[in-house]
Design a protein around this ligand. Structure first.
Ligand SMILES: NC(=O)c1ccc[n+]([C@@H]2O[C@H](COP(=O)([O-])OP(=O)(O)OC[C@H]3O[C@@H](n4cnc5c(N)ncnc54)[C@H](O)[C@@H]3O)[C@@H](O)[C@H]2O)c1
Ligand SMILES: [Zn+2]
Ligand SMILES: [Zn+2]
Length: 381
């Protein structure tokens, strides 16, 4: 599956990936997902997304070949591969900031390498493919525990850790009211995980009724449609005794809908790096002294955000790409104990060959799609 230009992806034959470094592994993919982050690439909004690049940062697979310095894996292991590529040794990896590795992405000093996420994130081919090269194979890949459903395992590569970290960065105190913007897989998981940190009330905002209905039952939580509100900020203030929410999570990112000004400047003319509508709403609807936790993805250049309100309200903003490796041991346990049930979010199982259809369905939110998983031919028998 590779990029041809905005809203165009195609499945084609590419050369088999090879071991290029002694710590590389080649993995035969058994499942890969399409993520909201892939839509930023798909829509041509991520700088230096080159034609021919294979997308896919959420995948699991079987180790096919290992380099001479790979000691933690053996051929035949079925592994969860975190979406971040991390060296495990640099200043940032040593602090558990595996999404900010200083070694894996020569093109930038902000984000580390990410599979299938443009040359801005290192130029690595991704896992929406039959085979993928996995660098630093002693660091990221984690063997799927016996008995774990591969559909749960593939969601541990990104969505579960991202949703969990969104709640964690919110610094939720017992009884807090948490508002989550976005009822995609990330927002759904953030809402679910907010309870694990002691939230007393969880409210999710989106525009698609089928997603609101799903999260209402799954999280469970209150869920409302911003298309039916005059002003989402006033709505949240009213729902919280005019105080604002204790914690607000932005699980939407740079392709937010809901503000014509943001949409024109951020999505049509690209004067700013995407539309910051949900972030705007988050800053304005959190209470004074509150925390805004941002996992929605924004571009490396600038956005229109009400920074004056951040200052004058005394807010804390926390944000990052999820640190998948740091969170995996705890989240594997939560899945094994039934505390989290990620595979319930998978609505579409699509042959890898039909990836272009899956992109269209997920991008246009057709057929009540929440999370599509792509299955390569060798994993279907
Ligand atoms: N930080 C990380 O590590 C990380 C990891 C994965 C995904 N992400 C990001 O998280 C975001 C969500 O991913 P996803 O897979 O759930 O995507 P998705 O496209 O399935 O869901 C996004 C949802 O946001 C809703 N939305 C749009 N504008 C809104 C607004 N103004 N207010 C409230 N909701 C609004 C959409 O209707 C949609 O349901 C994306 O930006 C993605 O790039 C970040
Ligand atoms: Zn993702
Ligand atoms: Zn590192």
């Amino acid at each position: 599956m590779n990029y041809r230009g905005p809203q165009r992806v195609r499945v084609s034959q590419k050369p088999m990936p090879e071991i290029k470094h002694p710590e590389d592994a080649i993995v035969r993919v058994t499942r890969s997902c399409i993520c909201g982050s892939d839509l930023h690439l798909y829509n041509g909004n991520v700088p230096d997304t080159r034609v021919g690049t294979t997308f896919g940062h959420e995948f699991i697979g079987i180790v096919e070949e290992i380099g001479p310095e790979v000691h933690k894996l053996k051929v035949g292991d079925h592994v969860i591969v975190p979406f971040n590529i991390s060296c495990g040794k640099c200043h940032f990896c040593r602090q558990g900031l595996y999404g900010n590795c200083h070694e894996s992405n020569p093109q930038a000093t902000a984000v580390g390498g990410i599979f299938g996420y443009s040359h801005t994130a290192g130029g690595f081919d991704g896992g929406q493919a039959e085979f993928v090269r996995v660098p630093y194979a002693n660091v990221g890949p984690t063997v799927i525990p016996p008995g774990m459903d591969p559909d749960d395992a593939v969601l541990l590569t990104d969505v579960v850790p991202t949703g969990y970290q969104a709640a964690e960065m919110g610094g939720i105190q017992p009884g807090d009211t948490v508002v989550v913007f976005g009822a995609g897989p990330v927002g759904i998981m953030a809402a679910r995980c907010s309870w694990l940190f002691g939230a007393g009330r969880v409210i999710v905002i989106d525009q698609y009724e089928y997603r609101l209905e799903f999260v209402r039952n799954y999280a469970p939580c209150e869920a409302y449609n911003f298309r039916e509100m005059d002003d989402p900020v006033v709505f949240i203030k009213k729902a919280t005794d005019w105080m604002g929410a204790d914690v607000v999570i932005d699980a939407v990112g740079a392709e937010a809908a809901g503000s014509p000004l943001q949409t024109i400047t951020g999505r049509k003319t690209l004067i700013q790096a995407g539309s910051a509508t949900a972030l705007h709403w988050a800053i304005n609807s959190v209470k004074k002294g509150g925390i805004v936790s941002i996992v929605g993805v924004y571009g490396p250049t600038d956005n229109l955000v009400p920074i004056g309100n951040v200052v004058n309200k005394g807010l804390t903003l926390r944000a990052n790409q999820a640190s998948v490796k740091r969170l995996l041991p705890r989240l594997i346990e939560h899945v094994q104990n039934g505390v989290l049930n990620p595979k319930a979010m998978i609505t579409h199982r699509v042959p890898l060959e039909d990836a272009a259809d899956a992109y269209r369905i997920f991008s246009d939110k057709l057929d009540n799609c929440i999370k599509p998983v792509l299955i390569p031919p060798s994993a279907r028998i």
